[in-house]
Design a protein around this ligand. Structure first.
Ligand code: KMH
Ligand code: ZN
Length: 308
């Protein structure tokens, strides 16, 4: 039987800004519609951030999440994954609130404090729709993404108590060792979902050796007790997904991490990227996991136990 691959689709995120693509979902209606479209196209998990519907600025106001989560849950069996990363401009306390209050099956958890440079996208636009956009991107050069060991432990304790499991965002090899540390402390329970992120300025690169090395170290640290998934930033999205799928991994795609469908061509929806990933997996002789198959693989609590 062909192996089942979990497709996670990250719908809008906090990396890109409204001027960069007219297809980036902003309002609650757009986020819901895009998430449902991605699920219908074959995503088993949708990773969700919220934005201010007025100007597209990232927000972690739980009420904004409440404006789109019920619509997604009513229309689809998809697994909802809520960010605890938010954006690097927010406090950890603020970032935690949506996952804490809404008790999703999965929440993201960022495995280390790091640089997270977005300023290289500045020269790509001549004008901006909103003043906050260039200021936000420029600010990333002198700031950092705070995820101390205590932040991680606090998020683990608080969310695990509500039955939420974690998408462990690992941007470098050291983050795998941090995950192993929390496994040793009993704050994480297997099976882990290790989401290796390639190509963020401040994290590991996108070379084929980087992908291989992440996999080798994760195999050594976690043996059979983890599911491995990958995100390639920007134009590296599909090449890294293909490489990892061939190595036994799962894939994350979506407009959060790449606005593109092909060289120089904007993706018009999240569903379009999911469909492209499906075709790629098909060519490799792999099947796509349904949400329930993904729930089994990740031992999730089930969609009837969430708070929305
Ligand atoms: N955009 C990813 C590289 C989070 O939401 O917790 C990082 C991310 C973080 O998805
Ligand atoms: Zn995210």
């Amino acid at each position: 039987m062909p192996r089942k691959v979990i497709i996670t689709c990250a719908i809008t995120g906090a990396i890109h800004t409204p001027t960069m693509s007219p297809y980036l979902p902003i309002t609650p209606e757009q986020i819901a519609e895009s998430a449902i479209g991605a699920a219908n196209a074959g995503a088993a998990i949708v990773h969700l951030h919220a934005r201010d519907p007025h100007d597209g600025r990232p927000t972690q106001d739980p009420d904004r999440f409440r404006q789109f989560l019920p619509a997604i849950a009513a229309a689809s069996n998809v697994i909802v994954n809520i960010t605890t990363g938010g954006s690097q401009a927010m406090t950890v306390e603020e970032r935690l609130q949506p996952a804490l209050q809404l008790r999703p099956e999965v929440a993201s958890l960022n495995m280390g404090t790091m640089n997270f440079g977005l300023y290289e996208m500045l020269p790509r636009q001549k004008t901006w729709k909103w003043e906050w956009e260039p200021a936000y991107l420029a600010g990333s050069e002198a700031s950092f993404f705070k995820n101390t060991l205590k932040d991680i432990a606090d998020i683990l304790r608080l969310c695990s108590g509500r039955g939420t499991r974690f998408e462990l965002e690992c941007y470098d090899i050291g983050h795998l060792y941090t995950a192993a540390h929390f496994l040793d402390r009993g704050l994480l329970q297997p099976p882990l979902l290790v989401q290796s992120v390639f190509g963020i300025r401040g994290g590991i690169g996108t070379h084929v050796d980087d992908v291989m090395y992440m996999k080798r170290v994760a195999d050594r640290l976690f043996g059979g007790e983890y599911q491995w998934s990958v995100v390639g930033a920007g134009r590296h999205q599909m090449t890294i997904a293909r490489q990892a799928a061939g190595l036994g991994g799962h894939v994350r795609i979506g407009l959060e991490d790449s606005l593109w469908i092909d060289k120089g061509q904007l993706a018009t929806s999240n569903a379009q990227q999911v469909t492209k990933a499906r075709v790629m997996l098909d060519e490799l002789g792999l099947d796509v996991a349904t949400p329930d198959e993904a729930r089994d693989m990740l031992r999730l609590k089930g969609r009837s136990n969430v708070g929305f």
